[in-house]
Ligand binder design. Structure first.
Ligand SMILES: NC(=O)c1ccc[n+]([C@@H]2O[C@H](COP(=O)([O-])OP(=O)(O)OC[C@H]3O[C@@H](n4cnc5c(N)ncnc54)[C@H](OP(=O)(O)O)[C@@H]3O)[C@@H](O)[C@H]2O)c1
Length: 234
């Protein structure tokens, strides 16, 4: 199975894992649609990739419906969109934890409901290894990730023969940590790299390769792949 002539929608396709997936899908011959909130950034990237930009906010039902009205039926959909707010369990604001679920979990849910995916196609959700390797102050992210992993299995059954899979990345160097001071970020990534069997943190393209494998391997459904450089064995 190849991506030549297939239409791939990447929700969250303007940065990090989503952008790397859009780039790789394009190189593999797909027609690519990228969707995220910042319309200006989306347009610039779409022009560079020769992709189509459809501004979308996954926290908004009407915006997600508009994305798939404009796209029409498609072959493969990936949801990497998320904006995460977290903090210590006892004190983190309820508005923050609700916002995390709203974008990461309910966002994926909305996309899965609204997308019209052709026979032979696939849906890929993006969770994260905190689902099974939690860290302090991240309970809501662990819970959202675990919910997505569970949702992908449930949808693999209920939406069959549509194939539904989930990629659960470890630490990937993307703009998701752009708000951290540069020095602290560099230090954190170096420490993580040193702790991993592969000796480095991930890049967007590492994850994109697995997502493309989900799209093109017709025997893959209901799977969660932990792609973490060996974080789960140390
Ligand atoms: N990087 C890691 O280490 C890592 C590890 C485990 C899991 N993950 C997960 O992987 C996914 C992608 O992460 P990333 O590192 O690629 O992040 P990123 O570089 O920050 O990209 C996030 C993308 O989502 C879009 N987005 C955010 N909120 C949105 C909304 N409400 N509606 C539509 N689009 C929205 C952003 O564009 P706009 O801001 O323009 O909307 C951007 O395109 C996330 O779910 C993250 O939790 C990442």
């Amino acid at each position: 199975m190849t991506l030549a002539g297939k239409t791939v929608v990447v929700v969250g396709g303007s940065s990090g894992i989503g952008l790397a997936t859009a780039e790789l899908a394009k190189r593999e011959g797909a027609d690519v649609i990228i969707a995220s909130r910042n319309a200006g950034r989306l347009e610039v990237l779409a022009e560079r990739l020769k992709a189509t930009a459809i501004p979308t906010d996954v926290t908004d039902d009407a915006s997600v419906a508009n994305l798939f009205q404009r796209s029409g039926p498609v072959d493969h959909v990936v949801v990497s969109a998320a904006q995460l707010r977290t903090g210590p369990f006892k004190t983190v604001a309820m508005d923050d934890v609700r916002a995390t679920m709203e974008s990461k979990f309910w966002g994926a849910w909305r996309v899965a409901r609204a997308a019209d995916i052709r026979a032979g196609g696939s849906l890929t959700l993006v969770s994260g290894f905190l689902s099974i390797r939690p860290r302090p102050n991240s309970a809501i992210i662990s819970a959202a990730n675990a919910a997505l992993e569970s949702l992908s299995r449930a949808l693999a059954l209920e939406l069959a023969p549509l194939r539904v899979n989930c990629i659960s990345p470890g630490i990937i160097d993307t703009p998701i940590r752009a708000a951290m001071p540069a020095e602290a970020r560099k230090e954190m990534l170096a420490k993580a790299a040193a702790s991993l069997p592969v000796g480095r943190v991930g890049e967007g393209e590492d994850v994109a390769r697995q997502i493309i494998a989900f799209m093109t391997n017709g025997f893959m459904t209901g799977a969660t792949v932990y792609l973490d450089g060996g974080a789960l064995v140390v």
